[in-house]
Design a protein around this ligand. Sequence first.
Ligand SMILES: Cc1cc2nc3c(=O)[nH]c(=O)nc-3n(C[C@H](O)[C@H](O)[C@H](O)COP(=O)(O)O)c2cc1C
Length: 208
Amino acid sequence: MSNKKLLILFFHPRFEDSRVNAKLIEGVQQLNGVTFRDMYELYPDFNINIKAEQALLLEHDMIIWHHPFYWYNCPPLMKQWLDLVLEYGWAYGSNGKMLAGKWVMNVITSGGNFNVYQPEGKNKFTHRQFLNSFEQTANLCQMVYLPPFIVPGANRLLDKDIEEYMIQYAQIVHFLMNESIDVEKLSTVEHFNQINAAQWEHQFYKTP
Ligand SMILES: Cc1cc2nc3c(=O)[nH]c(=O)nc-3n(C[C@H](O)[C@H](O)[C@H](O)COP(=O)(O)O)c2cc1C
């Protein structure tokens, strides 16, 4: 049994119109060890309770920033959360070490497919490159940035594809709960989509 605790911070500005994320979250909301927070539901006025958010971060070992990819970035409430919650002297700065050692990752749904997120593609840069600011935010806070999980081509997915991504997302959460992950090795992967779930144990679990 794992005692790890995962905090999923979910940011979707138009959840009432969501097709993909609405399904994805069904697979992870109720899992053991997971605290799921629908942030636009909690903070429709953007008035984030900084102390409550910081307390939640301290109670968890891992954080997922889950959001649709909007203008190559996160939705505005997530930016507000970053700006307000990751305070100087708390999250970063010479005395700000409260998040040190915690794991964090992005889970994103993206209208564009992987082929347009390439140097030769329409968007010129990879998803991972666009996510650089989140990775460096994690680094500055001495957190461990895990490979993102990306749902590409989101607007053209069939229901059965979305169902498959929902299952994959739940598998990733389940995998992250394992106590013996070699996180240094895992961090070298570009994104979770590249990992074959059948090889997790073989590739990323430390041998006892
Ligand atoms: C305002 C806005 C900006 C968007 N920007 C991007 C973008 O930069 N890159 C991309 O791949 N998709 C972009 N999209 C597409 C969304 O990522 C996609 O519609 C969403 O992930 C689908 O998930 P949902 O069904 O849960 O809303 C954008 C969509 C909107 C509404």
